[in-house]
Design a protein around this ligand. Sequence first.
Ligand SMILES: Cc1cc2nc3c(=O)[nH]c(=O)nc-3n(C[C@H](O)[C@H](O)[C@H](O)COP(=O)(O)OP(=O)(O)OC[C@H]3O[C@@H](n4cnc5c(N)ncnc54)[C@H](O)[C@@H]3O)c2cc1C
Length: 396
Amino acid sequence: MSQDRDVIVIGAGAAGLMCAYNAGYRGRDVLVLDNAKKAGRKVLISGGGRCNFTNNNIDTKAFICNNSHFVKSALSRFTAWDFIDLIERHGVAFHERDHGQLFCDDSAKDIVDMLHTECEWAGVKIQLRTDILSIDKDAEGLFHLTTNQGDYRCKSLVVATGGLSMPKLGATPYGYKVAQQFGLDIVETKAGLVPFTLHKEDKEKYAELSGISLPVRITTADGTSFQEALLFTHRGLSGPSVLQVSSYWNPGEAISIDLLPDASILTILQSLTESHPNQALKTALSQVLPKRLVAIFYQDELLPDCSLKQLMHKDLAAIEIQIHQWQVKPNGTEGYRTAEVTLGGVDTDALSSKTMEAKSVSGLYFIGEVVDVSGWLGGYNFQWAWSSGWSAGQFV
Ligand SMILES: Cc1cc2nc3c(=O)[nH]c(=O)nc-3n(C[C@H](O)[C@H](O)[C@H](O)COP(=O)(O)OP(=O)(O)OC[C@H]3O[C@@H](n4cnc5c(N)ncnc54)[C@H](O)[C@@H]3O)c2cc1C
């Protein structure tokens, strides 16, 4: 015997819980199903345990999607200020970091607790450890779900199963399978906001810089650039600037790294040449860049081994390129194992940007990361989860 519900949400993550309680407040009888042991696991580990839950500068340009207009409706109907208002009502303390990023003062658990409280107030039931075995739609438009915990029927089915990143936290491709079952297209998925790996020779060479972090500007082949920190790791390159550009990088392409984004190496050298003409170029460069990185450039004979006063025009041109446009060709990325998001997903052309409902399947909704929408690092991905979840919650 099936249990009847108005709404079933698959996925008790950021988007699913947001949608569920909003639908609950509209008087809908809502059940959330999740195969995990705990709700909101990604929220709990996000932002180093402090959840970067949104950003003060939410802008549609910070979202990657095949249809750049798709995100506008949801983001303008449930904004960062609406989420801030919500957490303030729950007394969650937060602070702003660089680039408008907002984090909890204490713990990401505050956000999960808040979502649980709202679900409870709205009468939403959350059922964990539930494997969905099949989904069918009958002639009357009802969805039938068979699960390891019983069978269910609902009028509205919301898929909020997230992306593929961090499979050890329970990420599955299930949402894409549901989309395909109902004839929706999937934009090819790949890991985003992810560290780069290096070819063997580069990996060995730069491994000794592991732990060094410096401010840089990185530009991809399509001209996208981010100015944030670069971190050398024993596996390759990481840090916010790398994670950001990884979402715009294609295999085989080189990235261009400006190692002194706020200064001109030529101006620095000109002034040092006047004050210390006999100083070795290597010594001069080591004053403005990590000494070990400069040593590697010398090891590779990329810079002239001379004093400042001996520098010729051609040397200066080569130095400028090496410091301001250092070319690095990543071998690949660390993939879904460490990625923060999944690029691609359910094709937005198949969804209403206002309600998140599938245009061709009434009653079927997709929200959050399972949709072909990915944000920059900095709270944008959670804002998409809140906004798309809230939007669907008004219509299911
Ligand atoms: C390490 C890390 C740190 C991050 N930090 C930030 C940050 O600080 N700020 C930010 O904006 N974004 C951050 N993100 C991205 C952010 O976590 C996601 O974009 C966001 O959680 C997506 O929300 P969602 O509800 O769509 O999916 P999720 O939060 O992933 O929720 C999906 C839910 O669906 C469930 N599920 C999956 N498959 C099934 C299935 N077959 N059956 C039933 N249930 C299923 C999962 O168990 C999960 O509970 C981070 C991601 C990672 C991996």
